[in-house]
Design a protein around this ligand. Structure first.
Ligand SMILES: Nc1ncnc2c1ncn2[C@@H]1O[C@H](COP(=O)(O)OP(=O)(O)O)[C@@H](O)[C@H]1O
Ligand SMILES: O=c1ccn([C@H]2C[C@H](O)[C@@H](COP(=O)(O)O)O2)c(=O)[nH]1
Length: 266
């Protein structure tokens, strides 16, 4: 598994956490899973979905309004790839409540509510069955924790007890459930570009987002995926500079298609 490097983008290796034994489909069952990137070369027992189905998993990461959905839509139209956008509709409506709006209105009170639900719905996305050989996801359970929970906590907008409870949940999930990722594609933008695109998209809940919020999210992404100083990488990272106009970005996606899909040649 892996891909090379090329003009305007770079790829570097981390580990991977693929399940190694097969079992019956559609359910979470216990199996031996190798998790060498986190635990040396030890073999641990983890819950796996669909027998660790061996499909390639590609996560598209980037700041808010960096162009992730647009990228997924492009790949959705072309090739045998099953695409999963973030379940934002769920975050805006859970049994008639809007935890996304509540979080932006009062992050101290509602940050944990939103992030608990994000964690659940992202886990559900990771574990859902697919028929195509490649799963392409918008973000991941990892960025929900390493970027958004972390940002709330570090900015003083999440009480320490809420951060501790979310961290316990995250640690339990990632220790006990196999969540394979083969490649992270990082759409690297400037916070200013995202601010402009955010205003253009005009999602009601996000009208309160200042540029500084996007700067903080950007910094956390850079520390995680570029400098590698904050949290473990679940997969190799392909960086695609994404400040360009739409036409150029579509061209860049096409240019990088082989590198991205190389994640599926394992
Ligand atoms: N390369 C681009 N240049 C200009 N606008 C873009 C570009 N890519 C996406 N957009 C627009 O910016 C907004 C945010 O893009 P979107 O794909 O929804 O971002 P994300 O899913 O990362 O939040 C949308 O209105 C989209 O049409
Ligand atoms: O863990 C998370 C993930 C996302 N959000 C917020 C950020 C945005 O307002 C929306 C959707 O993000 P996009 O980048 O536009 O897809 O959800 C969050 O608060 N916590």
């Amino acid at each position: 598994r892996g891909a090379g490097t090329g003009t305007g983008s770079s790829l570097t290796a981390a580990g991977c956490n693929r399940a190694t034994e097969l079992c019956d489909g559609g359910r979470l069952i216990q199996s031996r899973a190798r998790s060498s990137w986190q635990r040396g070369n030890s073999t641990t027992v983890k819950l796996v979905q669909n027998g660790g189905d061996n499909k390639a998993v590609i996560c598209i990461e980037g700041n808010i309004a960096s162009g992730k959905t647009t990228c997924l839509e492009y790949f959705n139209k072309t090739g045998n790839i099953q695409v999963f956008t973030e379940p934002v509709h769920k975050w805006r409506n859970v049994r008639g409540h809007n935890p996304l709006a509540l979080m932006y209105q009062d992050p101290e009170r509602w940050g944990i509510t939103l992030q608990t639900y994000v964690q659940l719905t992202m886990l559900d996305r990771h574990l859902s069955s697919i028929s195509s050989p490649v799963r392409m996801m918008e973000r991941s359970i990892f960025s929900a924790k390493y970027i958004f929970v972390e940002n709330l906590f570090r900015s003083g907008k999440m009480p320490e007890v809420d951060y501790a409870v979310l961290s316990e949940w995250f640690d339990w999930i990632t220790t006990n459930i196999c969540i394979p990722v083969d490649l992270i594609v990082y759409l690297q933008t400037s916070p200013h570009t995202c601010h402009e695109r955010l205003k253009q998209r005009c999602r009601e809940e996000e009208k309160v987002i200042p540029l500084e919020y996007l700067v903080s999210i950007h910094q956390l992404y850079e520390d995680w995926l570029i400098k590698r100083t904050s949290f473990p990488l679940p997969a190799p990272v392909l960086v695609i500079p994404a400040d360009h106009d739409l036409q150029k970005m579509l061209h860049k996606y096409e240019e990088n298609r082989e590198k991205i899909l190389a994640a599926s040649y394992h």
